[in-house]
Design a protein around this ligand. Structure first.
Ligand code: GLN
Length: 196
């Protein structure tokens, strides 16, 4: 059994839970999902999901609830985490926005809502390192990754910009991999040790 925690202070949760269960099943495992709203549960989890939503709100609630430090400990222990969209912004070292209290777990500079200026939302077939077929990526007011640090592997690019990255046990995507039936990104983040 994979014990997975989906951070549920704000943002979409059930779609991620479904995707994690599907990914686990593909490996002949079942998943026990904890929806995390308070401190105390993260230490029990083998894997974490930091979903999209509103990054300023999520980061504030993570600090207020004492969850932020637990997430940092989880990653320091080498356990996997998938951070999507606003989750990527919160996990970054540089969100370029003072209202985001970043976790410093992914050495990337992000620009909030930067893909959203042209189009609020779009879907694109993405070539992702480690996946045989393109991934249907849904972007919703998505952040652009402006710069990546040395320890960061770029797993996918769109329009010449990184949109999926990996550093140690953390995978970050600017898109929403939970919004299609395709759970290969959850699989890749939690079960595979892919390098770009
Ligand atoms: N625009 C949001 C933010 O900057 C992220 C969008 C999302 O998670 N879909 O926090």
């Amino acid at each position: 059994t994979l014990t997975a925690g989906v951070i549920a202070v704000q943002g979409d949760v059930s779609e991620h839970a479904t995707a994690i269960e599907r990914a686990a099943r593909a490996h002949g495992e079942d998943a026990e999902i904890h929806e995390i709203r308070h401190s105390g549960t993260v230490p029990e989890c083998d894997a974490l999901l930091l979903p999209g939503g509103e990054s300023t709100t999520i980061s504030r609630l993570l600090r207020d609830e004492g969850i932020a430090a637990e997430i940092v400990d989880h990653v320091d222990a080498g356990k996997p985490m998938l951070a999507t969209c606003a989750g990527l912004i919160v996990a970054s070292t540089d969100p370029q926005d003072d209202r985001v209290d970043e976790l410093d777990l992914l050495d990337v500079t992000v620009e909030r809502n930067a893909f959203g200026r042209q189009k609020d939302s779009f879907e694109a077939p993405l070539d992702v390192a480690g996946l045989d077929e393109p991934f249907p990526a849904v972007f919703i007011r998505a952040p652009v990754i402006d710069a990546v640090g040395e320890g960061v592997a770029v797993l996918a690019e769109w329009d010449g910009r990184p949109v999926a990255v990996k550093q140690g046990p953390v995978v970050g995507t600017s898109f929403h991999p939970e919004l299609t039936e395709d759970s290969r990104l959850h699989d890749l983040a939690f079960f595979e040790s892919v390098e770009a």
